[in-house]
Design a protein around this ligand. Structure first.
Ligand code: SF4
Length: 194
């Protein structure tokens, strides 16, 4: 499963990241005027909308706008201010949900497997997990040639595609070489670039 939170303008998930949090405020991605379509705060965006359409909204700052929008929400769809109030609430919700999910996805990485995560959390709750101390030695997991297989503790190696026996001969019977991330590194080890 690919991560959804992104700041990449070319990402196919860009539309799911329209509202985001920065410096304690909600921002609208690409909400500024043409030709630059800069990101703007939600407060600024609503202020412009209110001026353009003659709405009874001051939008001085995030806090006072929150109060105004709370009152406007009581109008429901009877006034445009009420409709903007709902849009404001939806934008706050979207930004808060995105920032929480982003924190989680920053931990999980670009690709993750929900079934595997569920299994791990259940195992942890049941006391079946043990965290091993970090290896003092270099391992495949910290090697630049190692590509982890999503949701597993092993991966593939860019240098060796097949298993080898103790004499260094390729062993075709064992299929693709998928070393564990904790496997002791070989001589071709190269530290992963951060
Ligand atoms: S340490 Fe050796 S075997 Fe492991 S990933 Fe790097 S190059 Fe491949």
């Amino acid at each position: 499963m690919k991560r959804l939170t992104t700041d990449d303008e070319k990402s196919m998930f860009r539309s799911l990241n329209l509202f985001y949090g920065k410096d304690g405020e909600v921002w609208v991605r690409g909400g500024g005027p043409e030709p630059d379509y800069q990101d703007v705060t939600l407060v600024q965006w609503i202020k412009w909308a209110a001026e353009e359409h003659g709405l009874n909204i001051e939008a001085e700052n995030a806090e006072s706008l929150g109060d105004e929008m709370y009152d406007a929400l009581q109008d429901g769809t009877e006034t445009v201010e009420g409709i903007v109030g709902l849009l404001h609430a939806a934008a706050i919700q979207a930004a808060e949900m995105r920032e929480r999910l982003k924190l989680i996805e920053d931990i999980l990485g670009d690709d993750y497997d929900l079934d595997r995560l569920r299994e791990m959390v259940e195992a942890d709750r049941e006391g079946r997990c043990r965290i091993h101390p970090k290896s003092e030695n270099n391992t495949c997991g910290s090697c630049g040639h190692f590509q982890r297989i999503s949701g597993r503790r092993c991966g593939t190696c860019d240098v060796y595609s097949k298993y080898r026996d103790r004499y260094g001969r390729v062993d075709d019977r064992r299929g693709t070489f998928t070393p564990s991330q904790s496997k002791k590194a070989c001589k071709r080890y190269e530290p992963r670039e951060e």
